[in-house]
Design a protein around this ligand. Structure first.
Ligand SMILES: Cc1ncc(COP(=O)(O)O)c(C=O)c1O
Length: 358
């Protein structure tokens, strides 16, 4: 079976983990600080604050900018559940809007129409590694005095114009889950160039601590370990090369497939990092079944718009139609595109799709 995702953990990652284990410094320590510095540098921001997961990155980022009960955060209808539940965890209400047909990301017109007096932030998701259309979203946030929060959990290294996703808004939220373009095992990070936000994030992730036994706010334990950070430092070094490999695999898949299925597009202002390579098919489930029989692992991200997830019922608001997200949820199928694929694997994946349409 060709897997849909394959974390690359090589001898270097194994060596640095051994070193951390031998050092006895297992919790948040010098490697976390070094990883934060390297990640901030890579992103072109002043601060990166490492946390326990991508979900925690979103939750703490929202808390750090003042999101809480009686506020609303606008999110896209087509995303992973954590985009929405992290908002709910702060006590705020997710307001769900439709996405664009071409980018799969938040529709800025729908986002603007959803703004109310309670809106505190707009949170686009750079889905599948393709940046959301940040230009109009930045304008809306500036005009309405809202914070732009980026869910960059799937877009490590992608660029909107010449800026990395996660460095455009007030805060950027990353996940380092094993299937992501880079991993730390579990883990996350928040990027920001606002020192006060970074300071609040550091307190929020560690019991509200401002110094020894100085508890300034209700804080949590959302730390990253030195074991995870050591892996992250190695992975950050290979990210750009792996993203290039993903783009090349995507290009090959498109060459093989564009005459038989709807292949993904890249906007003129975007540098895509292909966390997923996602095609669209009116007989998605039939194609998925066929791919399984051909021993090609595929994925459906996501089978429902978030507005249809029962745990959000009564705790979120759908603003306008989510027609595009609903259609996408029936049509999308992600094919393997990760850097672990050989050129033979890429051809096998493409030929299996072509065979279905023969
Ligand atoms: C768009 C999006 N947001 C948030 C998350 C949550 O990240 P994590 O699984 O690290 O908590 C993920 C990853 O799974 C994601 O894909």
């Amino acid at each position: 079976m060709i897997p849909i995702a394959q974390p690359h953990i090589g001898p270097e990652e194994q060596k640095v983990v051994q070193e951390v284990l031998a050092s006895g410094m297992l919790a948040q320590g010098p490697r976390v600080a070094a990883f934060e510095e390297a990640f901030a540098d890579f992103m072109g921001v002043e601060h990166a604050v490492a946390v326990a997961s991508g979900t925690e990155a979103i939750r703490l980022a929202l808390l750090a900018i003042g999101v809480g009960p009686n506020s609303e955060v606008i999110i896209p209808a087509f995303t992973f559940v954590a985009t929405a539940t992290a908002v709910m965890m702060t006590g705020a209400e997710p307001v769900i809007v439709d996405v664009e047909e071409e980018t799969f990301c938040m529709d800025p017109v729908a986002a603007e129409a959803a703004v109310t007096r309670k809106t505190k932030a707009i949170m686009p998701v750079h889905l599948y590694g393709h940046p959301a259309d940040m230009g109009p979203l930045l304008d809306i946030c500036q005009e309405r005095d809202l914070d732009l929060v980026e869910d960059a959990a799937q877009s490590h290294g992608a660029r909107w114009k010449d800026r990395r996703t996660g460095s455009v808004g007030e805060v950027g939220c990353f996940s380092f889950y094993p299937t992501k373009n880079m991993t730390t095992g579990e883990g996350g990070a928040v990027t920001t160039s606002t020192p006060e936000v970074a300071e609040r994030l550091r307190m929020l992730r560690q019991h509200g601590l401002a110094g020894p036994y100085q508890y300034r706010m209700l804080g949590y334990n959302s730390r990253m370990t030195d074991i995870e950070a050591a892996i992250g430092l190695v992975q950050l070094g290979t990210l750009e090369g792996f993203n290039t490999a993903r783009r090349m695999n995507a290009e090959t898949l498109t060459e093989f497939l564009e005459d038989v299925v709807r292949t993904p597009t890249t906007a003129s202002w975007a540098e895509h990092v292909f966390h997923q390579y996602t095609i669209r098919s009116e007989d998605r489930d039939g194609l998925w079944d066929h791919m399984r029989k051909r021993e090609v692992g595929c994925g459906v991200y996501y089978p429902h718009p978030v507005s249809e997830i029962p745990i959000l019922e009564g705790k979120s608001r759908v603003a306008g139609s989510v027609e595009v997200a609903t259609r996408l949820s029936h049509e999308v199928l992600s094919l393997p595109v990760h850097p672990g694929l050989s050129s033979q694997d890429v051809e096998t994946v493409a030929m299996a799709v072509r065979e279905f349409y023969r």
